[in-house]
Write a protein that binds this ligand. Structure first.
Ligand code: ATP
Ligand code: MG
Length: 344
């Protein structure tokens, strides 16, 4: 009965239709810069909704993974701070949600070693997200990037996460986490439940250049930006040559992306918004999206500005998070070592 398989991908509606408190959420971000609207609509809003429904939520800031695709991690403590401010401003409540950095919880990384033994290199070589990130980095594939998905399995399984809200780019990694759990259980006895990925209605928000919105690409609308910067980014956003606005995600991805952002920010459907804008063209669409996003983000931005004035809040949140995550991950590592008969 313990092996009752969870589906590999679920939606928020699926989770809320059952008893959401049977899940434990583990998810995270790389501290490579401040978060953007892709994060908000892709995973952050879902995390906040789950937290509101009483789901235990744990969020990792993958500070050890910043150097997977660059030589210089930049101002790491500064980037961690920006992301934690984004979390809190978006509504993650540190009394209900555990927020920790990789570097504060050594047991997570120790789990990586037995997990690596379960995965052939040929399987890692096939991961499409790793391939895309390696190509985007313009560098040779490092061992760290190649094994990134195993490290992510260690993140999730170290705290027995069973629900992982992510963007679409993370699905191959989640599949590997399930594989690692399954293989570990088969070899050493049942320790891990296979987690499900949770995809939102916006699993792949595009940036102003038409590629995936990413902190590292300079194509993002940051949550912390002001109204003017938001308007400027949207004015520069790529569209296409057709005058009339229609919602056709396959054929017109950039226009569909703007429609989706406008819809999510104003609680409408993209189809309905397309009909309203119609012959107004890209200019009218961008003005609508700007107004809707600026209004939607205003409370978050106000909270963020207030939180940023507090010099201690981020440190305190991370200290509490590290303590709780360490307790959980240490217990998992102990269970793993017993299961592997590495300890009496
Ligand atoms: P980087 O460019 O440095 O890799 P990123 O913007 O891709 O940054 P990550 O920290 O790698 O952000 O991703 C954190 C989480 O946010 C992941 O679950 C990822 O799938 C999700 N995410 C990132 N970008 C988007 C996006 N454009 N649309 C939807 N979800 C996204
Ligand atoms: Mg990324």
């Amino acid at each position: 009965a313990r092996d009752l398989a969870r589906p590999d991908v679920v939606t928020l509606e699926d989770v809320l239709a059952g008893d959401p408190t049977t899940y434990r959420v583990l998810t995270g971000d790389r501290p490579t810069g401040a978060l953007h609207v892709g994060h908000l609509f892709g995973t952050l809003a879902t995390r906040v909704a789950l937290q509101r429904h009483g789901v235990e939520t744990i969020v990792v800031l993958a500070d050890y993974q910043v150097i997977t695709d660059r030589d210089d991690p930049g101002d790491l403590p500064g980037a961690v701070r920006e992301v934690v401010l984004d979390y809190l401003a978006a509504g993650l409540d540190p009394d209900a949600t555990t927020i920790f950095t990789h570097s504060a919880v050594p047991a997570v990384h120790q789990l990586m070693l037995p997990f690596l033994s379960l995965v052939p290199v040929a399987e890692l070589d096939r991961n499409p997200t790793v391939k895309a990130e390696q190509a985007a980095s313009g560098r040779a594939l490092s061992g760290l990037l190649l094994t990134y998905p195993v490290h992510q399995a260690a993140d999730v399984l170290s705290v027995h996460g069973t629900l992982v809200p992510v963007g679409r780019d993370q699905l191959p990694h989640l599949e590997l986490t399930r594989t690692v759990a399954r293989r570990f259980n088969r070899r050493y006895g049942h320790v891990f439940d296979e987690p499900s990925a949770l995809l939102s209605d916006a699993p792949l928000v595009l940036g102003t250049d038409g590629a995936k919105m990413s902190k590292s690409r300079g194509n993002a609308i940051e949550l912390r930006a002001d109204a003017d910067a938001t308007a400027a980014a949207l004015r520069a956003a790529r569209t296409d040559a057709e005058r009339t606005i229609t919602y056709e995600p396959e054929r017109r991805p950039e226009v569909a992306n703007l429609l989706l952002l406008g819809a999510l920010a104003s609680g409408r459907t993209p189809q309905d918004l397309a009909e309203e804008v119609g012959d107004g063209g890209a200019g009218a669409l961008k003005r609508y999206v700007t107004d809707a996003l600026v209004a939607h983000l205003a409370p978050l931005r106000a909270r963020r500005a207030q939180l940023a004035r507090d010099r201690h809040v981020v440190t305190e949140v991370l200290a509490r998070g590290a303590e709780r995550a360490t307790a959980i991950a240490d217990a998992t590592l102990a269970t793993v070592r017993v299961a592997m008969r590495q300890t009496a």
